[in-house]
Structure formats: C-alpha cells, structure tokens
Design a protein around this ligand. Structure first.
Ligand code: SAH
Length: 199
C-alpha cells in the first residue's frame, strides 16, 4: 500500500510514510471488508461513514505538517484510522465524531493510545473541546469552513478540510502573524459534515 499508492504518488514526508506503514489498516475496517482493507479507495464502515482512501489520509496528514510537540484535532473520527495515523506523529490527538456508535467503536480501537481522546459530539462547533490546536483535520465536507473551528487554530497552526459538497476542494488554512493563508491542494470526495449528534 505505502510503496504503490503513496510513495509512487506525491507522499514524500518520511514521517508520514512511516506512520502509514506502522498502523494496521485492517483493524479499522468492518469484518466483511477485510479483503479490501489495503485497496486504493475508501470503504463503507456503516452509518453513512467511510474509512478514507489511504492516499487521502496520507495527503491530509502530510499537508498538516504535524510535529511531535503538536496538539491535533480531528473532526470526523469514523473508524479511528486517521486519528491513529495522526497519533503516530503528534503529542496529543482529540478526535470528534457525531455518530455515537462510531465514536464508541473507535474509542475501543484507540484505547491503547494514552494520548488520543475520542469525543462523541458535533465537531462543527467543538465547544467542549478545550484550547487551541496546532493542526486541525476535518474529514467531512462542508460548504463553508465553520468559524467555530477556525477559532481553535493556534498561531502557526494548519487546518485541512474538504470545502464544497459532492466534489470538494481540499483546502489548507495556515495561520501566521500576518493572518490566514488559504490554498487549494486538490479535489476530493467526502461524506458531508452534518450538525448535531446521532445515537
Ligand atoms: N477519518 C475517518 C473518515 C471519516 S468519514 C477515518 O479515518 O475513518 C467522516 C466522518 O465524519 C463520519 O464518521 C461522520 O459521521 C463524521 N461527521 C460528519 N459530520 C460531523 C460533525 N459535525 N462532527 C463530527 N463528526 C462528523
């Protein structure tokens, strides 16, 4: 997966490639899809959610330029796979999922990682999640970047999010002393960011 789908494309960050090598993706897919765990595409995980394509996870992680001191926030835990990759690189990961059973299952998969916290809640307005984050990964598509999320971005912080609906722009916001710089990295497809919590 890493050689053919990532290194052969434009994933060049050695720490991202190492993280993608060390997290066993098959532990994050439903039993019926085990054979497809390392395929070059997203897979359904129930509740209208997907585990993202490996390449997209790597691309977003690379764009976030996570360092070992960073606090990272992920919106859209899904299977917990993205959070597990971020956890390889960061000091702390907080991940928010609005579908309670998905949050519960991901929390079990990630329980062995002391520096990862799974929160069941609406990540578009993560009021209960405290403080500022050096990197924010949004893994559900939103027509506009929620201002509540941008308020959680630390000085020097990076936020990556699919902005749009069906085919979205993968946007990166980089915060500096002179303001926020916004760039579009590529086109992506993601499930939509929805509001509220579902049991
Ligand atoms: N990062 C995931 C991919 C998740 S798919 C992985 O690695 O498996 C997108 C997820 O975002 C879905 O699980 C969906 O339920 C969740 N989601 C959508 N809107 C949300 C919101 N407002 N807050 C938190 N999670 C949300």
């Amino acid at each position: 997966m890493v050689d053919e789908q990532l290194a052969r494309r434009d994933i060049t960050d050695a720490s991202v490639l190492a993280a993608m090598r060390s997290v066993p993706r098959h532990e994050f897919v439903p039993g019926a899809a085990l054979d497809e765990a390392y395929d070059d595409r997203p897979l359904p995980i129930g509740h209208g959610a997907t585990i993202s394509q490996p390449y997209i996870v790597a691309l977003m992680t690379q764009a976030l330029a996570v360092t070992p001191r960073d606090r990272v926030l992920e919106i859209g835990t899904g299977s917990g796979y993205g959070a597990a990759i971020l956890a390889e690189l960061a000091a702390e990961v907080v991940t928010v999922e609005r579908v309670t059973p998905l949050a519960r299952a991901a929390a079990e998969r990630l329980a062995h990682l002391d520096h990862v916290r799974v929160v069941a809640g609406d990540g578009a307005d993560p009021g209960t999640v405290g403080g500022l984050f050096d990197a924010i990964s949004v893994t559900a598509a939103t027509p506009e970047l929620p201002t509540a999320l941008l308020e959680h971005l630390a000085p020097g912080g990076r936020l990556v999010a699919p902005v749009g609906s069906d085919v979205a722009d993968l946007v990166r916001v980089t915060r500096s002393s002179t303001g926020d710089a916004r760039e579009t990295l590529t086109k992506v497809r993601f499930v939509p960011l929805r509001r509220g919590v579902t049991d």
